[in-house]
Design a protein around this ligand. Structure first.
Ligand code: NAG
Length: 502
C-alpha cells in the first residue's frame, strides 16, 4: 500500500485534469476540421481505440522523447545513448550521429552478464558458428539442439526442480502457459501487481497478496464456488512474483505457501526479476526467504535479466513438464530459443555456480575497489552476487537518506523513486539525461494514474564510483524537480495528511 501526501495527490489530479481538458478541446477542434475536409474514410469506425488513442496522442506523445531512446552499445554499467532531435515539438524524433555516454540505471542487467563476458561471450560466439542465430524450427520439428536439452537440465538443476522447459520469449512463458494449466471451472488468483504477461494469460481476481488477504479471497472463493452455478472450483492456482518489477517489493512467499497448502491451491511463482539476482547462490526468492522449491508447484522465470540473454522457463515436476511439452502452443508452434542465447544462459549459470573454473587463480573483478569481496567470495559468480546485494542496499539507503520516497525491500535491485506528478516525469528523465545518467520512468497505464515513478535498476557491474555519480545526479535533479518528499527524517514517514491507495 502506498500513501500520497494530500497536496501531491491534489496537484497530480489537477495536472491530469488539465491535460485531459486541453486534450479534449484540441480533439474537438480536430473533429470539426476533419468534418470540413472531406475524407475517404467516411463510414468507417476509427481504427485506433478511443480512450487509448486519446491517451497516446494527448499525454504520451508530449513526453515521448523520454521513452524508446535508441542505444548503440551493450547495456553495461555505462552505455551509449543516441541523441535525437525534433523540429516539430517532439512529435517526430530523428536520430543524429551523436551519442552520449551515460550511466545506465535502467537495464535489468543484474549480474552484469549483458555486456561482453570473459567466460560467456566466447562460448556464445562458438555456438553461433556451430549452430546459427536461429533454428528456423519449432522445438518439436528440428528446433531442439543439444544445447536446448542441456539448457533444460541446467535450469532444472539451478532452480531445484526435477524438470524444466524453456521458451524463446519471457513474456510468452507466462501468457502461453497459464491457459494450458487452467481450463473451464478453474480459478487463477493473480496478484494485482503481477506483470502484464500474467494478466494476459489469466483472468485475474485482483488482490495484492498480503497473506491475510489471500486467505480471505481463497476462503470466499471456495465457499462461493463458480459464478452462477456455484459448483466448486476444479483447480485453483495462485500466481505471485518473487520481486514485483514496478514496486521492487519481495513477495511474502513462506506465508503465501502456507495459505495455499491449507486450501490445497497450487502456487505459481514468477521469478523474472529475482532468479539469479537474489539469494546467496542466486537461486532466487526461495533461497533468500528459506523456502523449499519443492513447496512451489510451478516455478517460472526469465533469462532476460540476470543471465543477459532472452527467453524464459517453467520448472516443475516431470509430469508437469512432460504435459507442457505435449500441449503448450509456445513449445509446439513457436521457433525455439536461439542457440547462442541458449549457450549464454548455460555459461552464465556456470559462472553463477562457480563451475567456470574461476575459483582457481581468482583475480578480483575489475573496479572492485571500495569492497573487499575478493577474500570472502571464492569465485566470480559469488563476487557478482555479493556485489549486487551490496550495491542495491547501498544505493537504496543513500536515496532514503536524501529524502526520496523509495519503494521496495532491502536486497531488491529494483528501486522505484516516486514522482507522482505527470510534469515531473519528463522533467526528471530529461534532467538526468542532461547529466549523463539514463533512468527509466514509468507512468499510467503501467502504474496507477497517481503513482508515476522512476525505476532504478542496480547492477553488479556498477562500481562504487558509478553509484556515487548516480546518487549525486539524482540528488541534484531531485532538488530541481522537487521530489524529495521526506526531507527531514526518511524513516519516520508521516502517515497523517496522506491519501491511502491500495
Ligand atoms: C523535446 O525533447 C527534448 C529532449 O528530451 C527536451 O529537452 C524538450 O524540452 C522537448 N520539447 C518539448 C516541447 O516537449
Amino acid at each position: 500500500m502506498i500513501t500520497i501526501p494530500y497536496l501531491t495527490a491534489l496537484t497530480t489530479y489537477f495536472s491530469y485534469g488539465l491535460l485531459f481538458a486541453f486534450g479534449q478541446i484540441r480533439d474537438l477542434f480536430r473533429k470539426i476540421l476533419d468534418r470540413l475536409r472531406s475524407s475517404n474514410l467516411q463510414g468507417y469506425a476509427p481504427i485506433c481505440l478511443g480512450l487509448e488513442d486519446f491517451y497516446v496522442r494527448r499525454l504520451y506523445l508530449r513526453i515521448q522523447d523520454c521513452f524508446g531512446r535508441p542505444i548503440s552499445s551493450a547495456p553495461d554499467a555505462w552505455f551509449d545513448v543516441v541523441e535525437r532531435y525534433s523540429n516539430d515539438n517532439n512529435k517526430t524524433l530523428k536520430r543524429t550521429m551523436k551519442i552520449s555516454r551515460c550511466l545506465n540505471l535502467g537495464s535489468y542487467n543484474y549480474l552484469g552478464f549483458a555486456a561482453s563476458d570473459e567466460y560467456c561471450t566466447p562460448r556464445a560466439i562458438e555456438s553461433l558458428k556451430k549452430f546459427s542465430p536461429s533454428t528456423c524450427s519449432t522445438r518439436v520439428d528440428g528446433g531442439t539442439t543439444v544445447l536446448h536439452a542441456e539448457l533444460e537440465e541446467c535450469v532444472a538443476n539451478f532452480v531445484g526442480k526435477p524438470a524444466a522447459i524453456v521458451f524463446g520469449m519471457g513474456y510468452v512463458t507466462n501468457s502461453a502457459i497459464l491457459p494450458v494449466l487452467i481450463g473451464k471451472g478453474g480459478l487463477i488468483i493473480s496478484d494485482s501487481l503481477n506483470h502484464n504477461s500474467i494478466v494476459n494469460g489469466a483472468r485475474g481476481s485482483g488482490c495484492h497478496s498480503t497473506p491475510s488477504h489471500l486467505e480471505e479471497v481463497l476462503r470466499e472463493q471456495i465457499a462461493e464456488g463458480q459464478p452462477r452455478t456455484h459448483r466448486p472450483w476444479k483447480k485453483i492456482i495462485v500466481v505471485v512474483e518473487g520481486i514485483y518489477s514496478m514496486e521492487g517489493e519481495l513477495c511474502n512467499l513462506p506465508e503465501i505457501i502456507a495459505v495455499c497448502k491449507k486450501f490445497k491451491a497450487y502456487t505459481y511463482l514468477d521469478e523474472a526479476h529475482s532468479i539469479g539476482a537474489v539469494g546467496k547462490k542466486g537461486r532466487g526468492v526461495c533461497e533468500l526467504l528459506g523456502v523449499d522449491p519443492a513447496d512451489v508447484d510451478i516455478m517460472m522465470g526469465t533469462f532476460t535479466k540476470s543471465f543477459g540473454s532472452c527467453g524464459g522457463y517453467i520448472a516443475g515436476s516431470k509430469e508437469l513438464i512432460q504435459y507442457l511439452k505435449y500441449t503448450c502452443p509456445a513449445h509446439l508452434y513457436a521457433t525455439s530459443i536461439s542457440p547462442p542465447a541458449a549457450q549464454q544462459i548455460i555459461s552464465s549459470i556456470k559462472v553463477i555456480l562457480g563451475e567456470d573454473g574461476s575459483s582457481r587463480g581468482l583475480k578480483p573483478m575489475s573496479g572492485l575497489s571500495g569492497y573487499d569481496l575478493s577474500c570472502i567470495c571464492s569465485h566470480i559468480g559469488a563476487q557478482k552476487l555479493a556485489r549486487i546485494r551490496e550495491n542495491s542496499n547501498f544505493f537504496r539507503s543513500e536515496l532514503q537518506k536524501m529524502g526520496f520516497e523509495v519503494l521496495g525491500d532491502n536486497d531488491s535491485p529494483v528501486m522505484p523513486i516516486m514522482l507522482y506528478n505527470p510534469a515531473k516525469i519528463p522533467a526528471f528523465s530529461r534532467e538526468c539525461l542532461k547529466r549523463n545518467v539514463a533512468v527509466v520512468t514509468v507512468a499510467f497505464p503501467a502504474t496507477p494514474l497517481l503513482l508515476a515513478r522512476a525505476r532504478i535498476c542496480i547492477s553488479a557491474s556498477h562500481t562504487k564510483e558509478d553509484l556515487i555519480k548516480g546518487l549525486e545526479v539524482i540528488s541534484q535533479v531531485g532538488d530541481l524537480v522537487g521530489i524529495k518528499y521526506f526531507p527531514a527524517e526518511p524513516k519516520k514517514q508521516e502517515e497523517e495528511g496522506r491519501v491511502k491507495l491500495e
